[in-house]
Design a protein around this ligand. Structure first.
Ligand SMILES: C[S@@+](CC[C@H](N)C(=O)[O-])C[C@H]1O[C@@H](n2cnc3c(N)ncnc32)[C@H](O)[C@@H]1O
Length: 248
């Protein structure tokens, strides 16, 4: 839907159904019809071009104001401006909010945003005091959008195109990954940091990985998020315990 209706769409979850609604002109309607069955159209008046903006309301997360550029950001507050567009992440989605809430509780340090989408979490992390922050996505469009988000917010963000499950990762104290359960588990297996914040899956699911403990979990409107702490690997760190006997 992001590709078909880049100006934004609404997602409504039912018990066993999902409705996606977009304010669409003729070309957009054609694209949606070509991609989906079960499309219905409700005519709206001429003000639709502005009304889709009503979907995108600012949110307060982790002490930050996150909202679109047409909303008046409050002065004197830490602000992240992000417009809906071609990459996931206006800040309003439950999984994004949960990640930012959990980051706000953590000790600051170097951070990797694995699967950065629009870059909203990476920019929020910079606002929270994480430094340096590297944002990575395998989608070149997301990389471009994340760079635009950083510029719009006047922050320096190192954005790279890479697959976080295969490519070399920059060193980080904290990794945040709002992708999906399988990707989070594969990323945990790579042990990319001592702390990893994950989301992108529903309540009741929890990533499993050897060598990690879940130290915190958060639920937001049906979405789950976790903080994982790496169990220290005695082979890699800590005092070396051994005995040496004198040979006499
Ligand atoms: C749900 S969006 C999250 C966007 C943003 N971080 C947020 O929380 O709002 C997931 C993003 O992860 C990216 N992604 C998925 N698998 C990936 C992988 N293996 N390596 C890098 N990025 C990946 C997708 O392209 C998408 O932009």
């Amino acid at each position: 839907m992001l590709e078909l209706a880049p100006d934004g769409f609404e997602e409504i979850d039912g018990s066993d159904w999902l409705e996606l609604a977009a304010y669409a002109d003729g070309a957009c309607e054609e694209r949606i019809r070509a991609a989906f069955t079960g499309v219905s159209v409700t005519p709206v008046d001429e003000s639709w071009a502005d009304r889709w903006r009503e979907f995108h309301r600012p949110v307060r997360v982790g002490g930050l104001w996150i909202g679109p550029s047409w909303e008046q950001a409050p002065s004197g507050e830490d602000v992240v401006v992000v417009d809906p567009g071609r990459a996931f992440g206006t800040g309003a989605h439950q999984s994004t909010r949960a990640c930012i809430e959990l980051l706000a509780e953590l000790e600051r340090g170097a951070l990797l945003d694995a699967g950065c989408g629009s870059g909203v979490v990476a920019v929020a992390a910079l606002r929270l005091g994480f430094q340096p922050v590297v944002a990575v996505d395998l989608d070149p469009v997301a990389v471009e959008v994340a760079r635009e988000t950083a510029t719009r917010n006047g922050v320096h963000l190192d954005v790279r195109e890479a697959d976080v499950l295969r490519d070399a990762l920059p060193p980080a104290d904290v990794v945040v990954a709002n992708i999906d359960l399988g990707a989070v588990e594969a990323l945990l297996a790579r042990r990319p940091a001592r702390t990893l914040v994950s989301s992108g899956y529903l309540v009741g699911r929890r990533p499993c990985a050897n060598g990690w403990n879940v130290v915190r979990h958060l639920e937001l409107e049906g979405w789950a998020a976790h903080v994982h702490a790496a169990v220290p690997d005695p082979a890699r760190s800590g005092p070396r315990l051994g005995t040496r006997r004198n040979a006499h």
